[in-house]
Design a protein around this ligand. Structure first.
Ligand SMILES: C[S@@+](CC[C@H](N)C(=O)[O-])C[C@H]1O[C@@H](n2cnc3c(N)ncnc32)[C@H](O)[C@@H]1O
Length: 329
């Protein structure tokens, strides 16, 4: 998905919805796979159809098999790690679509502005803003957007040559911001939880408690399985300040999911994401579609996600009125 962000035209038609047989879903009644039981099937980049997300995940990461899962992640990170393969440039992290950087940043900035105005009207007047850029790559978003709005920007990226470049890109002498805006921490770790294999274990990222106003996650969550995605949000929630939120910007499949066999990532549909958000206890504060991208790319959506309870709409009065039997005069 990410290496070419991806050309929809190559993706075969998603098969019609069909519920997988119950016997395939569970083993001994309870499946170890903590993934969304999507009724809608999906496809992979080689044209293979899956009847459910569970079927796809079982094959991709195994059913509780740590070795298989670690293989999925090492191939995913490995795709980006090959220095000769993926250059540490904007064009490299955008899979040859460097020209979408401008509309991407412009649309994200408008979205961010609307959220800052609504959630943090005291920003800059007493409130110092801190953010974390997840799967930051070379710091494209941190440099072009986040550093201008946030006093402190942390970056998380598992690929060391990307993070080294991010360090250079965000060095004070390469920035056009005041001293009060700086990149602070560079975490060279992935988003997923540690797996139980001694040779492939990594330090698990759990953010410092209540450090961030916004945690930005763009074009990287597709590398995570459903259970790791949920576990990441659970750990990351503790990193949010009071009133803090997540901004997730991602490619969106028309329906179900699309698995990329090459870079080991999955593009989820809007309804797939919404089911995951629900499972994570996250509510959508705001969402917006990306505009101005070439037509061959996946649709892209931005979601602002909070742990707040959804706003109560006080329409009980009008509902009562609608449902009341009409009075015959
Ligand atoms: C398409 S690039 C996007 C980079 C950056 N977010 C941007 O928009 O410029 C995908 C990024 O996800 C990172 N990535 C891959 N697997 C990851 C994982 N398991 N956890 C966190 N990031 C991962 C890659 O190293 C790469 O930097």
């Amino acid at each position: 998905m990410y290496h070419h962000l991806l050309h929809r035209t190559l993706i075969p038609k998603i098969p019609p919805s069909s519920s997988p047989p119950k016997s395939n879903l569970t083993r001994g009644g309870i499946s170890k796979l903590n993934c969304i039981q999507m009724d809608v099937g999906g496809v992979d980049s080689d044209g293979r159809a899956f009847t459910s997300a569970e079927e796809m995940w079982r094959e991709a990461v195994g059913d509780g098999d740590p070795l298989k899962k670690s293989q999925w992640y090492s191939e995913g990170v490995g795709y980006w790690q090959v220095k000769e393969g993926v250059e540490a440039t904007v064009d490299g992290v955008l899979g040859g679509y460097g020209h979408v950087n401008k509309p991407d940043i412009e649309c994200s900035e408008a979205f961010l502005n609307s959220i800052l105005a609504e959630r943090f009207p005291d920003a800059g007047i007493g409130r110092r803003l801190v953010t974390l850029d997840c799967g930051s790559g070379i710091g494209r978003i941190a440099k072009n957007l986040l550093i201008r709005y946030f006093n402190e920007v942390d970056l998380l990226e598992p690929v060391s040559h990307f993070l080294d470049t991010a360090r250079k890109n965000l060095a004070p002498e390469n920035l056009m911001v005041t001293d009060d805006h700086k990149a602070v921490n560079f975490f060279c770790v992935p988003l997923q939880a540690r797996c139980n294999l001694p040779l492939v274990s990594h330090i698990e990222f759990t953010p410092e408690a209540e450090r961030y106003d916004i945690i930005w996650i763009q074009w990287c969550i597709g590398h995570l399985s459903d259970d790791d995605l949920m576990s990441f949000f659970e750990r990351a929630k503790g990193g949010l300040k009071q009133g803090g939120l997540f901004i997730l910007k991602e490619n969106i499949a028309k329906s179900g999911f699309v698995l990329d066999n090459q870079d080991k990532s999955i593009t989820r549909s809007d309804s797939y994401f919404k089911q995951l958000f629900k499972r994570c206890g996250l509510n959508i504060l705001k969402m917006k579609d990306q505009k101005g991208f070439p037509g061959e790319l996946f649709a892209v959506k931005m979601y602002a996600l909070t742990t707040d309870l959804p706003k109560q709409t006080n329409n009980s009065k009008s509902k009562k009125h609608v449902n009341r039997p009409g009075i015959i005069r």
